[in-house]
Design a binder for this molecule. Structure first.
Ligand code: COA
Length: 286
């Protein structure tokens, strides 16, 4: 249970203005909510999203987080007026606070979020929106969604951590092509180059994301969390250090797993012969 409850024990859900949250059957559907501005990311979204993520981390009703956008956009990237022009002209400490809070939610927290995360790209996806898209564990797009690294078109580089995110996700030829031309591409191309896992027709988007979330919810959540941590930390480690880290992480995961998945799995395969790990999951209820 989350601690965010009022005196009557009713859950207090943060957000409601710039960020909408709905939890249904274990899935938290989180929408950037400035459809009239194509969900351009302003300070309102930044600070509200951090509060929402604080809540969802601890809310046991939320087992998978889906990040999407209201209306016909995922997000048109950082808000040129409210995220750049106004803070750039304002107090430098406030500007720094905003930029730090933004990198917190868009990639640091999403990348290491303790629950699985899925980006559901329902429309326009530009610039800074790539940070959250690529920090999510998995992503599914409307095949007609429009993606673009448009920074070159208005005289800046893809900063924040956009360039690093795209460099980690796709091959150099594609990364530099889209960074240097600013050319847009659709969901099908995003799937081809590995920016998203799948692109589907618009009417299949929610069902496909729901199906993926349901698959993830069947897995041992403690081990899923450790899998994510292992993946992100070993990417930057040399081989020997990676092997040592993973050995230690594996022992820690077994030791701290509340459902003792490895013991159950081993028993069900070796002794009871009731499942095949190559063909499906062990029975978590036993
Ligand atoms: N920052 C600030 N405002 C933005 C914005 C952004 N990144 N993207 C859209 N908006 C605003 C527009 O200024 C407009 O505001 P207004 O109604 O007050 O004039 C409103 O959102 C709707 O945008 P509009 O351009 O009319 O919508 P569209 O559907 O015709 O086009 C886009 C959608 C996404 C193609 C277009 O808005 C766009 O190119 N946005 C900038 C994308 C970008 O380069 N982002 C990178 C930022 S890091």
């Amino acid at each position: 249970m989350s601690n965010d409850a009022n005196a009557s024990g009713e859950k207090i859900m943060p957000g409601g203005k710039n960020v909408l949250v709905r939890i249904e059957a274990g899935i938290a559907w989180v929408s950037m909510n400035r459809p009239e501005k194509r969900n351009a990311i302003n300070p309102g979204i930044v600070f509200e999203m951090n509060e929402v993520l604080d809540h969802l981390e601890m809310d046991d009703d939320c087992r998978v987080v889906v990040i999407t956008g209201s209306g016909d956009a995922f997000s048109a990237g950082q808000d040129l007026k409210e995220y750049f022009r106004e803070p750039d002209a304002g107090h430098p400490v406030l500007r720094e606070r905003l930029h730090k809070a933004n990198s917190q939610w868009q990639w640091r927290r999403m990348m290491h979020f303790p629950k699985p995360t899925i980006a559901m790209v329902n429309g326009w996806c530009f610039g800074g929106a790539f940070q959250v898209l690529l920090a999510c564990d998995l992503a599914i797009a409307d095949e007609d969604a429009t993606f673009g690294l448009s920074e070159i078109n208005w005289g800046i580089i893809p900063a924040g951590i956009v360039t690093k995110s795209i460099a980690m996700a796709v091959l150099q030829r594609q990364a530099l092509y889209y960074i240097m031309t600013g050319e847009t591409f659709d969901g099908r191309r995003a799937e081809e180059i590995g920016v998203v896992n799948f692109a589907v027709p618009k009417d299949q988007l929610v069902p496909r994301v729901t199906k993926l979330a349901e698959t993830l919810m069947k897995k041992n959540p403690h081990v899923l969390r450790a899998c994510k941590q292992g993946y992100h930390y070993v990417r930057d480690l040399p081989w020997d250090a990676a092997a040592e880290y993973l050995a230690a992480k594996s022992d820690q995961t077994k030791l701290r797993d509340p459902e003792q998945g490895d013991v159950k799995g081993m028993k069900q395969f070796l002794d009871e012969k009731s499942y095949r790990p190559g063909l499906g999951a062990y029975d978590r209820s036993k």
